[in-house]
Design a binder for this molecule. Structure first.
Ligand code: HPA
Length: 276
């Protein structure tokens, strides 16, 4: 994808035809978590099909719309629905929207997802503020010739998630009586859920929650020089010695039910940014 730069420019041009502001924040809303867009004072929206080079979203409970507007006084672009590796897209395709957000001028990426909780202290519906990640997808969006205009060949990953913003989010959670913990997120390719042996392994290597997204976008964001904050909603408990079959409808229902908590935390973080 040596023509990535051009693809980004084409997508940016199509969006700017409808909305010519400079976003401060890019937001990616995960499975069952699209509700936050209701809070955006919408100024323009584009179906993914209308944006050149954007893949179209096929996953359950993902709408496939880019919403541009104002949230907590800040110009934002928000993806209602994201792309996943298990849909068959390359990680370069999946992360194109992050490149587009950066090219439009965004400085911060907010990512959310529904995740399986492996830390036994986590309950369904709790929030995990991501403090670090492990990439076990077996792929990387930065593989290939590096375009130095987009970022460095060997991006540093000592703090992919802004730890100051992690603390801000946890403080808001405490004030709002929302159960939230920080933790390590591990990304796998999916689409199957994990075996007991895999959960045991993932927990042993240091992960608190597992999911099939987010890490490609965050790697790309760090490469591009964006600050990042990420949050997972724990939708099911993945304890190898007490594992029940996962029910995808239930996972989505739990994500939907917990979504207002995510809204509160994201809005709190944006308010913090807008007043600092
Ligand atoms: N694995 C297990 N449980 C989950 C996942 C996952 O990837 N996503 C949401 N719940």
């Amino acid at each position: 994808m040596l023509d990535l730069f051009q693809k980004i420019e084409e997508a940016v041009a199509a969006i700017q035809e409808k909305w010519d502001k400079t976003p401060k924040v890019g937001i990616i809303l995960g499975t069952g978590l699209g509700g936050l867009v209701e809070e955006i004072e919408e100024e323009a929206s584009l179906e993914y099909e209308e944006i050149p080079n954007f893949p179209s979203s096929t996953a359950t409970s993902h709408r496939g719309r880019l919403v541009c507007g104002t949230l907590c006084g800040l110009p934002v672009v928000a993806m209602e629905g994201r792309f996943h590796m298990y849909e068959g897209y390359s990680l370069k395709q999946i992360t194109l929207p992050v490149r587009v957000m950066k090219a439009m001028g965004a400085e911060l990426l907010v990512v959310s997802n529904a995740a399986g909780g492996m830390n036994p202290y986590f309950n369904c519906g709790d929030i995990m503020v991501i403090e670090d990640h492990i990439n076990l997808m077996g792929d990387n969006p930065l593989i290939g010739i590096n375009d130095d205009r987009l970022g460095p060949r060997f991006p540093d990953m000592c703090e992919p998630y802004d730890l100051g913003l992690v603390d801000v989010a946890l403080e808001i959670a405490r004030k709002e009586n929302i159960v939230a913990n920080k933790g390590v997120f591990v990304a796998v390719a999916g689409p199957n859920l994990e075996t007991r042996a895999e959960y045991r392994f993932l927990r042993t290597i240091g992960a608190d929650a597992v999911g099939m997204s987010t890490v490609p976008e965050v790697i790309t964001a760090v490469h591009a020089g964006l600050r990042v904050i990420g949050m997972s909603i724990i939708t099911d408990q993945c304890l190898p010695d007490a594992l029940k079959p996962a029910n995808v409808e239930e996972i989505i229902a739990i994500a939907n039910k917990a979504e207002p908590k995510l809204r509160t935390l994201v809005k709190g973080v944006l308010q913090h940014i807008s007043s600092n």
